[in-house]
Design a protein around this ligand. Structure first.
Ligand SMILES: [Fe+2]
Length: 353
């Protein structure tokens, strides 16, 4: 009886060793991805100079895991349309941890990305998995992409990016916004922020409590457009004299990779003080390398769970003895967005990652 169980036990041990090696491979690859920096396109100036009377802008909504199949087709479409600047309205990255940033940065690098690109932080850039501490992803965002709010000039228009990815952060940026607009007193402008100012997935048209100050700040000098994402469907509506676009379907707005049809980007042509909006659809094109990166980071992340920790254990034991183990990174679990007072107190502290 015992002898007959030996092959089964041997097979299970071999399977455990194999899975453990896979976890070790994933952790090592994820660690390398976490060290990547953004390619030059994220720092390049928009192609239309400040003296140009027109510009062609491209907006990309929530991408997350769609990064594995949208960049190649989008690169071709942007080259064809002559886009001067691509702006992501946030949730380009799946989670606010270095390896997840690395998946996207590697994908842009492999795509040979050259279109000047900017992004505002979404909740997914700011929060690690199972945490609502925006200091962690916020520090990564700043290290990879620069300031969490910014202004760019493309031809006749100012594009202002604000960070409202985590709640209760917008009010602090209002003095900066007013100063940025005052520096270009006659330019038309476009606001980009991840969360829409209004709950467009309901019938209510009063702004979210933490964004009421921002909605008021638009009144003296209304923007041509407010572009956001975050909600799960496209929306285009004028509220209080301002046109709001919710540009969600850039790849994977649900974060579950369940939408497999075409993805969308929005082309905005600005001439003088007017703009035209065109919603464009593109078929996806799979990048095997990006899928492999996603698998590696998944394995890296799953080592935090009890089953993953158990499966990864044999190889970790060996690698630890060799001084080559990739440590497990854990953040305190935080299911709910903290109260405003907690966020304000946190911002006064040094980043925890
Ligand atoms: Fe979001």
């Amino acid at each position: 009886m015992l002898a007959s169980l030996l092959p089964l036990a041997g097979g299970l041990v071999a399977l455990w060793a194999l899975l453990s090696a896979a976890f070790a491979w994933g952790a090592r690859r994820a660690q390398r991805l976490g060290e990547l920096r953004a390619c030059e396109a994220f720092r390049a100036a928009p192609r239309a100079g400040a003296g140009a009377s027109r510009t062609r802008l491209a907006f990309l909504g929530d991408v997350q895991r769609g990064i594995a199949d949208v960049l190649e087709p989008l690169r071709g479409a942007l080259a064809e349309s002559g886009a001067d600047l691509l702006i992501s309205s946030g949730d380009l990255i799946s989670h606010g941890e270095a390896p997840y940033y690395g998946i996207a940065l590697a994908a842009f690098e492999r795509a040979g990305w050259t279109t000047p690109t900017r992004l505002v932080p979404g909740n997914h850039e700011l929060w690690p998995r199972r945490s609502k501490d925006d200091r962690i992803g916020g520090a990564l965002f700043e290290a990879r992409f620069g300031a969490r709010h910014w202004v760019a000039r493309s031809g006749p228009v100012l594009i202002v990016g604000l960070d409202n990815g985590a709640d209760w952060l917008a009010d602090d940026q209002l003095p900066w916004l007013r100063a940025a607009l005052a520096a270009a007193p006659t330019a038309p402008w476009i606001l980009v922020c991840h969360r829409p100012l209004y709950p467009f997935d309901t019938d209510v048209r009063t702004p979210h409590a933490d964004l009421a100050g921002l909605a008021n700040a638009l009144r003296p000098r209304p923007p041509l457009l407010v572009v956001s994402g975050h909600l799960h469907r496209y929306h285009d509506e004028v509220v209080d004299g301002v046109r709001h676009l919710v540009n969600a379907h850039g790849g994977d707005v649900h974060g579950l990779a369940i939408r497999r049809g075409d993805f969308q980007w929005v082309r905005v042509d600005v001439e003088g003080a007017t703009c035209e909006v065109h919603v464009e659809s593109l078929p996806r094109r799979r990048s095997s390398a990006a899928y492999i990166d996603q698998l590696a980071v998944r394995l890296w992340s799953d080592r935090r769970k009890p089953l993953g920790a158990l499966l990864a254990w044999p190889a970790r034991l060996v690698l630890r003895a060799l001084g080559r183990d990739v440590p497990v990174v854990r953040y305190p679990e935080e299911r709910r967005v903290p109260a405003r007072e907690v966020l304000i107190a946190r911002r006064a502290e040094a980043p925890s990652a």
